[in-house]
Ligand binder design. Structure first.
Ligand code: COI
Length: 391
């Protein structure tokens, strides 16, 4: 028997940090799914807002970084260990209450995703390849012994969250709404075992550039003491357990003035793997290479998109092992990720030696970035159906 009230209790309307001014006419007209509609309607009706669809939240859009800005709504759905997720709903953004013995708190049984909603010049609202995140969460859930929302449920939840928080989607060119789906073992467990209950939660925050460097090139530290992932581990899925262990390496690198850390394989410390928050590519001549997704590398959605775009632009792409020597001898290095976008690397430092790369405007990464953002902004034709209109 699942004791939902004991495991996760949402403090819903009473704790909302900001007014739900995304309660637009569309929301009131039943724009959201059945239960979500009623949830949102309750939230709307409990307050007196009469904003229009066009109104923006009170945010300094030119100063967005990658810090949490609390928005109006989140989405939540729960199910038991041997059940399927059925119906979730939007609620006001706020704290959740968890059992002290929740699986996610005690044993790290959790996954997260990251996807973005964009606003175009004509006012249209779009997501970029959210179905890829849905599938990746399903693969991760199998690895972490969790039930998972169907791709349809995932997409619906992401869309609802984006639309309910539409006033937080930055103006065109000023950033995006970063959407963070979480899947976690929220039920109590004491012995090491899958939790008895699971929560799928989606929240969002407007974001700008991930790194403080903005669009400037990154200076990476090649880490040969700490590792991000090991063979047979969970490095290939977006487990929450992949992230806390690299905090120390990041802190040490930042203290020394570096932007982030590039990790090596944990067996031979010879091949490059990925950066704490993103995938890595090297360029040599007309060939782009990136570490193959062999279990220790996250299958990034931006990584996958950049591979396709590179082919379109006439580059060869290799997914394979890349030695540190090849990195050192590369013409160009860049990183890709949902949060990071496409970020050029200006230098790497390995065993005390700093190697610098060209960072002119003629970079391959710049061409890839322009094509990717062009598709997202609707300036470049979206031949593959990557962008999903939500409005
Ligand atoms: C993303 O790019 O969406 C990520 O999940 C990376 C995270 C460390 C911000």
């Amino acid at each position: 028997m699942i004791q939902r009230s004991a495991c996760v209790f949402l403090r819903l309307l009473s704790r909302a940090p900001t007014p739900p001014s995304s309660c637009t006419s569309k929301a009131r007209a039943g724009y959201y799914g059945t239960q979500a509609t009623s949830s949102l309607r309750e939230a709307c009706e409990s307050s007196n807002y009469s904003r229009t669809d066009d109104e923006y939240a009170d945010v300094e859009w030119d100063n967005l970084g990658f810090g949490l800005v609390q928005t109006d709504y989140m989405y939540m759905m729960m199910c038991g260990r041997d059940e399927e997720f059925k119906q979730g709903q939007l609620s006001r953004y706020g704290n959740i209450e968890l059992s002290p013995s929740a699986g996610v708190l005690n044993y790290g049984q959790g996954l997260f995703e990251g996807t973005k909603a964009f606003r175009r010049e004509d006012g249209g609202l779009f997501l970029f390849r959210p179905q890829e995140n849905a599938i990746r969460m399903q693969i991760g859930a199998q690895r972490m012994c969790m039930p998972c929302p169907s791709a349809e449920q995932f997409l619906d939840a992401v869309k609802q969250t984006a639309l309910a928080n539409r006033r937080w989607i930055p103006p065109p060119g000023k950033g995006s709404l970063y959407i963070r789906p979480l899947l976690m073992g929220s039920g109590p467990v004491l012995g090491l075992a899958p939790a008895s209950e699971y929560t799928f939660l989606v929240y969002a925050s407007p974001v700008g550039n991930y790194f403080k460097e903005g669009i400037d090139a990154l200076n990476l530290y090649v880490e040969d003491e700490f590792h991000r992932a090991a063979r047979g581990g969970a490095g290939g899925v977006k487990s929450i357990t992949n992230y806390a262990p690299v905090l120390k390496a990041i802190a040490r690198a930042r203290d020394r003035g570096f932007s982030d850390v590039l990790y090596l394989d944990s067996v031979n410390k010879r091949n490059i793997e990925e950066v704490s928050s993103c995938n890595v590519f090297i360029v040599k001549g007309n060939i782009l290479s990136t570490p193959a997704t062999n279990g220790t590398i996250l299958a990034g959605v931006t990584r996958k998109s950049i591979i396709d775009i590179a082919h379109d632009l006439g580059y060869e792409v290799e997914e394979r092992s890349i030695s540190i020597e090849e990195l050192i001898n590369a013409d160009e290095v860049f990183c890709t990720g949902t949060a990071v976008g496409v970020a050029p690397v200006g230098s790497i430092t390995y065993k005390g030696n700093r190697i610098e790369y060209k960072t002119s405007t003629q970079l391959v990464s710049q061409k890839l970035y322009s094509r990717l953002t062009g598709i997202q902004r609707g300036i470049v034709k979206d031949d593959r159906g990557w962008v999903v209109e939500i409005d």
